[in-house]
Design a protein around this ligand. Structure first.
Ligand code: ARG
Length: 463
């Protein structure tokens, strides 16, 4: 058994319970790749400033690369007594290079090292998530042209409100996921500042070059307060909060499609390959995947909460509490990445039940608001128009008919300003077509937005 990297001032071995309690190798081994990238940059810089000879650097660099390969191949044995990934890699290096390996940790601490690793890891994760979010947006946009002629009820309070083009729904999700992408990009700017060389908390008396390691690792700049950056985890709070919003957006989509897939709504058929059956009820086809997308959001939101609570009241600088950051962040990341990996296929494979939608589209007075606006356009004060149409709706409910089924004479009874042309706005399809304001759900505006999204995402317009 090798002595601990920090065993010098201890006279008794660490209790086995303590080793088991304090280890992080069981969950930080996935930092191996970024840890080695960070160490190789650090070693290169050390050689450039004269703290390592060229030969020492070359040996360290070569062995670090080889240790990386060993870990990728699953051939490194992880041991609780070596605590974490950083000490595993360093002790393997020392086993191979002896005193030369013992020089790698010059001018740094595990505190700036783990923070550097986390930032490199988070940066890669952001870049991957951005591609995944873009794929999901593309899946929605690819549906756009086909679904442009389907009118759906829009709801508020889950009550039928006004009609919109189906594609308006798809592009609503594109907007949400775009904000998520923008948020990640913004978070990335703060992630991309290098902690390396902040050392334990105070920097170092050795002539290290922090700008050089920042540059080698693709960071924008070194962070300029060692006390702050050696323990800063703001970036993980931001990152998991951004993940939580992605998860929340995904859960809204999942919930909506779960509802639409019910017999009661009958708007949507989910693809067989993305639904599951019941072990007792032979007829069932359940939206379990969407339910899990909805449910997993709870874990992600909790992770953001965990990180927030973790940093609350923590004194400067590094405290071991921070080791808990990784579990929460990795879980949130894995959960969102798994949801994003499966979502585009569901979006692409779902079928709108056009006939069922059309059969009931004129239920629920989706055209009432546009009728009111018809009156407003002819000079009636808005509140008066609201009352007039409200009375007409009540009248229809009494008669069991739709607004478009009222005789013109009855409509004119309610307001003399109503003319024959009112039938051009009545009915859900006409009412949808009448929506013309910028960003509205009518076919003309949605068509414009669809073209803009196609261009933005590089999705070919059909035909
Ligand atoms: N495993 C530790 C973590 O993940 C690494 C940093 C340990 N630093 C220390 N001073 N004990 O936070």
């Amino acid at each position: 058994m090798s002595a601990k990297a920090w065993s010098g001032r201890f006279s008794q071995p660490t209790d086995a319970l303590v080793e088991a309690f304090t280890e992080s190798i069981s969950f930080d081994a996935r930092l191996a790749d970024v840890d080695i990238r960070g160490s190789r940059a650090h070693a290169r810089m050390l050689s450039e400033v004269g703290l390592l000879t060229t030969e020492e650097f070359q040996a360290i660099d070569r062995e670090l690369e080889s240790i990386g390969g060993l870990i990728v191949d699953g051939k490194m044995e992880f041991r609780t007594e070596l605590e974490d990934i950083h000490l595993h890699i360093e002790s393997e290096l020392v086993a191979r290079l002896g005193d030369v390996g013992r020089k790698l940790h010059t001018g740094r601490s595990r505190n700036d090292q783990v923070s550097t690793d986390l930032k490199l890891y988070t940066r890669d994760a952001i870049d991957h998530l951005d591609l995944q979010l873009q794929e999901l947006q593309r899946a929605f946009v690819r549906r756009g042209p086909d679904d442009l002629d389907v009118i759906l009820p829009g709801y508020t309070h889950l009550q039928r409100a006004q009609p919109v083009v189906a594609t308006h729904y798809w592009l609503a999700y594109c907007e949400k996921f775009q904000r998520d992408r923008d948020r990640l990009a913004d978070c990335r700017r703060r992630v991309n500042i290098s902690p390396l060389g902040a050392a334990a908390l105070a920097g170092t008396s050795l002539p290290i070059d922090r700008r050089r390691t920042a540059e080698l690792l693709g960071f924008e700049a070194p962070a300029l307060n060692s006390l702050d950056v050696s323990s800063d985890r703001d970036f993980l709070v931001e990152f998991t909060a951004a993940l939580a919003l992605i998860a929340a957006h995904l859960s809204t989509w999942a919930e909506e499609w779960i509802l639409w897939n019910t017999t009661e709504f009958g708007f949507l058929k989910l693809p067989d390959s993305f639904t599951t059956g019941s072990s007792i009820m032979p007829q069932k086809k359940n939206p379990d995947v969407l339910e899990l997308v909805r449910g997993k959001a709870a874990r992600v939101i909790a992770a953001a909460q965990t990180l927030f609570v973790l940093i609350k009241g923590l004194p400067l600088a590094y405290n071991r509490d921070l080791q808990e950051d990784k579990r929460a962040m990795f879980d949130a990341l894995d959960t969102v990445a798994a949801c994003l990996a499966i979502a585009p296929s569901i979006v692409a494979g779902a079928q709108l039940q056009r006939d069922a939608i059309a059969a009931r589209l004129d239920d629920g007075f989706l055209d009432a608001t546009v009728l009111m606006e018809y009156l407003i356009a002819r000079g009636i004060p808005m509140r008066t128009g609201h009352e007039v149409v409200g009375r007409l709706v009540a009248e229809c409910e009494g008669r069991g008919c739709r607004l478009a089924e009222l005789p013109l004479a009855d409509l004119q009874q309610a307001s003399s300003l109503i003319q024959e042309d009112v039938f051009g706005v009545l009915g859900a399809k006409n009412a949808a077509a009448a929506l013309i304001s910028e960003g509205s759900g009518g076919p003309a505006r949605v068509g414009e937005r669809l073209a803009a999204w196609q261009q933005r995402l590089g999705v070919d317009a059909p035909g």
